[in-house]
Design a binder for this molecule. Structure first.
Ligand SMILES: NC(=O)c1ccc[n+]([C@@H]2O[C@H](COP(=O)([O-])OP(=O)(O)OC[C@H]3O[C@@H](n4cnc5c(N)ncnc54)[C@H](O)[C@@H]3O)[C@@H](O)[C@H]2O)c1
Length: 248
């Protein structure tokens, strides 16, 4: 599918990778709907795109809210061709940590909140999007996973969510193919978003030293991968690792 004129919904588009994809896709002539909980950032994005990017305030883990958001997109546009499940959060911590002879633990709240946004949110948005895509017999769902999907120190919650996202990707690539809806994922390594660039330089240097290419990825490198998945109609059920060769 050529990206021009496609209707693309991108969750978590208020900042970072989602914002980059929204601006890039709008620049390529797609009709972009940005979905985020941060209204200020959504407004700024709309202004930055000279009004080309439309937005809906939406919390990916709130079922009623997300149903309404996708129903409104379908009403406004008549269809939806692409969903990018990009919204994500981290709440890092060790499962248990011994400090001064006391044991600290990852709280259930930290675990559950990351699962809610990063896993349940992907389920809800994909379900609502697939309902809209099915009658048209055309669609692509792209899930943003992570190199942490393999299991990363301090990320019990995040790694579990991203591994689950990968499993849903493969499941949907099988279930939805009959409706000509493809599903694939991108597992980025460390990407130079504002947040990553703000990490303490000493820690950042340590991170980069583990990447065979000895640099952070560029946001545009993830955006171009999403474009590739959309435009190559034979990509289905795969997790594309865009990480400079990093193995955690
Ligand atoms: N930045 C990296 O190096 C990196 C690496 C691997 C994977 N990822 C993944 O890429 C995606 C984007 O990451 P980023 O670094 O751009 O993050 P970011 O924090 O810059 O952006 C995430 C966006 O999601 C929004 N969001 C959070 N909770 C939400 C909710 N419940 N509903 C709707 N929107 C919500 C935030 O408001 C924010 O705008 C995430 O899924 C993340 O796990 C990022």
């Amino acid at each position: 599918m050529e990206i021009k004129n496609l209707c693309c919904a991108i969750t978590g588009a208020g900042s970072g990778l989602g914002k980059q994809m929204a601006l890039d896709f709008a620049g390529l002539g797609a009709k972009v709907y940005a979905i985020d909980i941060n209204e200020d950032n959504l407004k700024k994005l709309q202004d930055q795109s000279d009004g080309k990017i439309k937005y809906h305030i939406g919390n990916v883990c709130d079922e009623e809210n997300i149903k309404n958001v996708f129903e409104n997109i379908a009403k406004e546009n008549g269809s939806l061709d692409v969903l990018i499940n990009n919204a994500g959060i981290t709440k890092d911590g060790l499962l248990i940590k011994v400090k001064d002879d006391k044991i600290e633990t990852m709280s259930l709240d930290s675990f559950q909140r990351v699962i809610d946004v990063n896993l349940t949110g992907v389920f809800l948005c994909s379900r609502e999007a697939a309902k809209i895509m099915q009658p048209k017999k055309q669609g692509v769902i792209i899930n943003i996973s992570s190199v942490s999907r393999a299991g990363n120190m301090g990320q019990t919650n995040y790694s579990a969510a991203k591994a689950g996202v990968d499993a849903m990707t493969v499941t949907w690539s099988k279930e939805l193919a009959r409706y000509n809806i493809r599903c694939a994922a991108i597992a980025p390594g460390y990407i130079a978003t504002e947040m990553v660039k703000a990490i303490n330089p000493a820690i950042l240097e340590k991170i980069v030293s583990k990447v065979p290419l000895r640099r952070l990825g560029e946001m545009s490198e993830i955006s171009r991968t999403a474009q590739f998945i959309i435009e190559n109609d034979f990509v289905n059920g795969k997790i594309l690792e865009i990480d400079g060769g990093l193995r955690i």
